[in-house]
Design a protein around this ligand. Structure first.
Ligand SMILES: [Zn+2]
Length: 127
């Protein structure tokens, strides 16, 4: 294992972009069977290795940051959706009629008055 450590000195190594490309590679090469996707997956693999063994650390770091700028909003949106799905049986979600603020109310309380915390408008909702 020592030669790997020595070899990787001064090289960029794996990052989030490489991981994302690896996932794409696995999808392209493992799930679909077409020549075009196989070629594409080979290109992805070459890019992954090129980036990992690259000595231009600044440039690779910049590429990863560009990727993260797009990736973080997607990840956060997906996480929000997942949390909402998980708590669906305990809470109901409404949108404020005035300002479109998302409102969460506990389920099973009958008819309740919901007050929007942002614009203070009140609505009567069934829970
Ligand atoms: Zn509101």
């Amino acid at each position: 294992m020592n030669w790997i450590k020595k070899f990787m000195i001064g090289r960029y190594g794996p990052d989030q972009l490489s991981t994302a490309l690896l996932v794409l590679y696995i999808i392209f090469s493992g799930i679909f069977h077409s020549t075009l996707l196989n070629i594409l997956s080979m290109v992805l693999l070459i890019i992954i290795f090129y980036r990992m063994f690259s000595k231009d650390i600044g440039k690779r770091y910049e590429e990863n940051n560009k990727f993260l700028k797009y990736w973080h909003p997607i990840k956060n949106k997906a996480r929000k959706k997942m949390n909402r799905m998980k708590s669906r049986k305990d809470y109901r979600y409404y949108e404020c009629l005035n300002c479109k603020q998302k409102l969460r109310v506990p389920r099973g309380k009958g008819k309740i008055t919901v007050t929007c915390p942002k614009c203070k408008i009140t609505m009567i909702k069934k829970t």
